[in-house]
Design a protein around this ligand. Sequence first.
Ligand code: MV4
Length: 498
Amino acid sequence: MFKKVLIANRGEISIRITRACRELGIRSVAVFSDADRDSLHVFLADEAYNIGPAPSAESYLRADKILEVAKKCGADAIHPGYGFLSENSAFVQACMDAGITFIGPTPENINAMGDKLSAKALMKNAKVPTVPGSDGAVESVEQAAAVVKSIGLPVIIKASAGGGGKGMRVVRTESEIESAFRACRSEGQNYFKDPTVYIEKFVSDPKHIEIQVFGDKHGNVVHLFERECSVQRRHQKIIEESPSPSVPPEVRQKMGDAAVRAAKQISYIGAGTIEFIFDNTTKDFYFMEMNTRLQVEHPITELVTGVDLVREQIFVALGHPLSFKQEDLKQKGHAIEVRICAEDPVTYKPSPGLIRACRHPQGPFVRCDSYAYPGYEVPIYYDPMIAKVITWGETRAEAIDRMDRALSEFILSGIKSNIVLHRTILKHPKFIDGSYTTQFLEKNFEVIEPEMFKYIDDHVFLIAAAITAYNDRKAKDIRQYNVYPNWKRLGRRMQLRL
Ligand code: MV4
């Protein structure tokens, strides 16, 4: 077993990983930027070290500093969480060179999937369905026009180094080909230092459905079924569920098999996700990309399969074979996750600042992974997601009702959040019948009238207001009011010097 694991991340995912470590008797080491001295992940870990100024580029992205801390504190492994250095193959290599186990895939795994064009070629070889298109890079406007002639409009031009929605252009008429081609090339060059682009038939109004996969160091690969993540805005997911309400059993089987072939094709090790776009009319699905990391929405898979994915990552990194076989895995019931963000629910603008009242939802079949606490100041520097609420039900309807109940208990004041937006989405007919696609939020919630939230009977706001007023009376400076004063004292002692 590892003795000590350094967690190269912050916020809720750092806490999630600390929890897995503590259950296994592993010492956990947090790192933190200057803006994160009071962050909950710092207090909950066994040790914590400062790695630099607030901007990520000077702290959480500094592979050199993180490795220096890992070596000095005697960590035998590093868990990267998601984002930051999690898909940086040079960092993985640097860990290996330093004799520290990276809890995640190999550099080769990451590189094979980082370039979309070579990933697509690999997937075609593995007989994973891909969208018809240019079969390789498109080098000129003339070539682009020829591809369009052969596959027909509409098409989408994509930067090979792109991802998460950057460097893509939809082309609906012939006259747009030239400008879209040039725009895409220059975006690829500017954002990713690679002008390579390719062309695909455009699948209109798809669903986003992904399959969780897991590989070990003995060549075993399994899948843990799908997550539907079509409730998203500007390529930011906000609600995820498993199973997908749109995937029939025989298609689920095919998608799972395809995802396992995809991971096997690159001898994938650890937790990964194969992302598909899904045509809800024909039920066809196509490989989009692979995420070579643990994802934000991993808890819904944990709740329907009963597998602790972080624990499994640790055992796989230690060289153990997977603790389950494909036939051991079943989807039981239904799970939903909503991402709680410190943002204005009407304008979608980030709303960092001081949390006054904070009471997390509890009760049967409710999980809340959060780093919020009363008196905490959400920094401006990082992702606005502060919490995830995950509910489980025997049926989808039960999971939805339970989520609405859980959100009705969530007291959060001082900052704005999207809790009411979530409750409104849960009541939308297209969410309830499961027919929503990736266009759903932009079509129905792009412009939000505050009245949309009105019908939600919200005694919660009264409670929140009451608690806020109470806090304000109690402490001139809310920073003095902290429901966990001992954590702060302990926290100071734990911020060790190297
Ligand atoms: C597509 C597509 C339609 N047709 N490719 C967006 C991000 C990247 N993962 C791939 N994306 C898309 N690729 C073809 N051939 C539509 C999207 C897309 C999308 C995909 C998944 C989830 C949300 C999306 C929102 C807009 C566009």
